[in-house]
Ligand binder design. Structure first.
Ligand code: CA
Length: 452
């Protein structure tokens, strides 16, 4: 009898443990770089001067997408898309704010954020870094689904000073309170993110960590610690860029180490990407071999280093050439969390999990679209049609012409017509932009480069 009872007890214990393991939902981490070029990650294999062992580690442990896109070539609209899983032009979040933001600038409060959805699903949520989705109290990260926030609300910030200009908009804040001093923003954001992991690693509930570094966006601030690593680099702007990037990579390493220390790395779904392409002239970044820069709908403005890691779920070291977009992160995270799509939300992004696991072999998207003020583009299969006011309407076959050098618009008018019609059909579901960038009309594409 005793033996039977013991066996039953053992069985129950095993069953409970198994049930617990099955219901252990993954933590979700998004590492977002700012203004990092397509070539500026070691794993991309383009340049020898970049040293990013920790970002490369994510690529090695998971999948690296060579056709990973964001939904806008500048900061704020991309973040609006990432936060909502929807093309931000669906709800008018089309452009940046500029230095004198319109009063209504910011992610419209009727849009559900990934943080809100995961919080509703029982996640603890934290954001550490650059927000750039509104300055009004109702658009503060703590009102948009985050339990914890340390960072700044604007599009750019000094790396070295806690408060710049406006004491609310220009401050580094913990929650809603400006902090008195900082060390170096990249180090501080990484420390705060790492502390967040430390505090919540042992909780019964999983966490969502959003770490939008301001690196490697301007201003050109780097500390000796990081500059010393690139003594061999002669060109000043590039050396500062590499130092900022090295700090960012260290910061990612710090968070990854914390995940490992608590033995939760395997139960964490991790994304790494940049919010837009490099403003090469602005911050010394490189987009090789792509054409174009931040602010443009050429590949260099919207195609990013993009890696996804989830040990045991996503095969390690896979290089994936299928096209994906930052809008996919939200539905993918929800699927991993086993949470439903929020009511009345129509995602443009798709759940990438079956594509990441290898279950689905096809392309997750037949076409991707961009609209950014007067600029627009569609990529359908490998064909891309784009409009840049300074260059006109151009068409390229990316399978043969990754650098967008050979314009096919005159050679293949029927294809142009087809792509334009498809773009128009997509565009018909967008709404007019809700505000204007306060610099609009003052500068061309180049003017966007070093702007927020
Ligand atoms: Ca940016």
């Amino acid at each position: 009898m005793r033996a039977v009872r013991f066996a039953l007890l053992l069985l129950c214990t095993v069953w409970v443990a198994a049930a617990h393991a099955d219901t252990r939902r993954p933590n979700i981490v998004i590492f977002l770089a700012d203004d990092l070029g397509y070539a500026d990650v070691g794993a991309q294999g383009q340049l020898k001067d970049v040293r990013t062992p920790n970002i490369d580690g994510i690529a090695k442990a998971g999948a690296r997408f060579t056709n990973g896109y964001v939904s806008c070539p500048v900061c704020s609209p991309t973040r609006a898309g990432l936060m909502t899983g929807r093309y931000q032009t669906r709800f008018g979040h089309e452009v940046n704010c500029g230095p004198n933001p319109a009063p209504n600038f910011g992610l419209p409060v009727d849009q559900v954020t990934i943080a809100q959805a995961l919080k509703d699903a029982g996640y603890t949520t934290g954001a550490f870094g650059k927000w750039h989705l509104g300055f009004t109290p109702d658009r503060h990260p703590l009102k948009r689904g985050f339990d914890e926030f340390y960072g700044f609300l604007g599009g750019a910030h000094s790396y070295l000073e806690a408060v710049v200009g406006d004491p609310y908009r220009g401050a580094i804040m913990r929650g809603t309170t400006p902090v008195k001093s900082i060390t170096y923003t990249t180090d501080d954001f990484a420390r705060e993110a790492s502390d967040f992991v430390e505090h919540h690693a042992g909780d019964d509930k999983p966490f969502f960590l959003y770490l939008p570094f301001n690196a490697v966006h301007g201003p050109p601030h780097a500390t000796e610690k990081y500059l010393d690593r690139f003594k061999d680099v002669k060109e000043k702007k590039r050396r500062i860029l590499l130092a900022k990037l090295s700090a960012l990579d260290d910061g990612i390493g710090q968070v990854m180490s914390k995940l490992r220390e608590h033995k939760i790395e395997d139960n964490t779904l991790i994304f790494f990407l940049s919010d837009n392409g490099g403003p090469t002239g602005g911050n010394g970044s490189r987009n090789d071999p792509l054409r174009g820069v931040k602010g443009q709908v050429f590949e260099g403005g919207v195609r990013e280093p993009f890696c996804v890691q989830w040990n045991g779920h996503i095969p390690a070291g896979k290089v994936d050439d299928r096209k994906i977009i930052s809008l996919d992160i939200f539905p993918t995270a929800l699927a991993a969390a086993g949470a439903p799509t929020p009511a009345n939300v129509q995602f443009d992004g798709v759940n990438l999990l079956p594509y990441l696991t290898g279950e689905k072999k096809e392309d997750p998207h037949d076409a991707l679209y961009w609209r950014f003020g007067p600029k627009w583009a569609i990529r359908d299969g490998n064909m891309k049609l784009l409009h840049e006011p300074q260059d006109g309407t151009l068409m390229f076959d990316l399978s043969k012409d990754l650098s967008e050098k050979h314009d096919l618009s005159k050679e293949r008018p029927e294809e142009l017509k087809r792509l334009k019609a498809k773009y128009d059909a997509w565009n018909a579901k967008n709404i007019p932009q809700l505000w204007h960038d306060s610099r609009e009309g003052k500068k061309g594409a180049k003017g966007q480069e070093d702007a927020d």
